[in-house]
Write a protein that binds this ligand. Structure first.
Ligand SMILES: Cc1cc2nc3c(=O)[nH]c(=O)nc-3n(C[C@H](O)[C@H](O)[C@H](O)COP(=O)(O)O)c2cc1C
Length: 253
């Protein structure tokens, strides 16, 4: 039998199923701050029943962004914005993961949404990328700054700080308290869709009385008054179950 909908525990994190959303760059942040777009984008996967939702590649330092519109987690404003999103994901019963990233010499590039290609110049909001050497990535910025040991240490520290900010916001790689990049595990999104409920309704003929008196009738009133048990569907989401309706005069089981 498939384990797709079975919970899985990795160290101290239990994930409700194995439907996990891989990181997807949205190129929609302003100054690295995620916004309503990210809330809706990531939130909809959690609402749809995914077990783990992983953020897009999230830069640990400003110069590590792929494009000027990349999300980041190097300052308090970004941390607070992620906090709101993570609260929603958790509220929907999903675990939240983060992909911490540094683009190196591929930084300061135009995002696909701009319709332009290549490196973004300083005058257009770009910056000089940092890299292990001065060798440019073909087609992107031609002036990467080769890092010395101290520069590499700054990048390493950036990952450490970002992981700590993410950990405080509940964003992490399950099984890794440092919150590092999660190896991608993907499932077609179709699997995230909740099963549709079939609508069964018979059209009444003109003049025909509804069985039980219709929506305002005694049977409907009795149905509405009955308590609805809280149940979980096979994706692990909380749902209100069917009202248990006892026919008049029938004893409770
Ligand atoms: C719109 C979009 C954005 C993506 N952004 C990222 C990203 O931020 N980080 C990453 O590692 N992969 C990124 N990917 C790659 C996906 O995470 C995934 O690896 C890729 O879509 C292949 O998935 P598949 O193996 O299910 O076909 C992106 C893919 C898409 C379609």
């Amino acid at each position: 039998m498939s384990h797709l909908f079975a919970p899985i525990t990795l160290r101290d994190v239990t994930i409700r199923n194995r439907v996990w959303v891989a990181p997807m760059c949205q190129y929609s942040a302003v100054d690295g701050v995620p916004n309503d777009w990210h809330l809706v984008h990531l939130g909809s996967f959690a609402r749809g029943g995914a077990g783990l939702v992983i953020t897009e590649a999230t830069a640990v330092v400003p110069e590590g962004r792929i494009s000027p519109e990349d999300a980041g987690i190097w300052n308090d404003e970004q941390q607070a914005a992620w906090s709101r999103i993570v609260a929603f994901l958790h509220g929907q019963g999903a675990a939240a993961g983060i992909q911490l990233a540094h683009a190196g010499r591929k930084a300061s590039a135009y995002s696909g949404f701009t319709g332009r290609r290549g490196g973004v110049d300083d005058a257009d909001g770009g910056w000089r990328p940092v890299a292990p050497s001065a060798v440019a990535f073909p087609g992107l910025r031609e002036d990467p700054e080769p890092l010395d040991t101290a520069g590499i240490d700054r990048v390493v520290a950036g990952f450490g700080d970002a992981a700590e900010r993410a950990r405080r916001r509940g964003l992490r790689r399950p099984g890794d308290p440092r919150g590092a990049r999660l190896p991608a595990a993907r499932v077609p999104l179709a699997a995230v869709q909740p099963p549709r409920r079939r609508v069964r309704r018979r059209v009444r003929q003109p003049g025909e009385a509804a069985a039980g008196g219709g929506a305002g009738g005694p049977r409907a009133r009795q149905r509405r008054a009955a308590p609805r048990p809280a149940v979980r569907d096979r994706l692990g989401r909380r749902r209100l179950g069917r009202r248990r309706h006892r026919a008049p005069g029938r004893a409770a089981a």
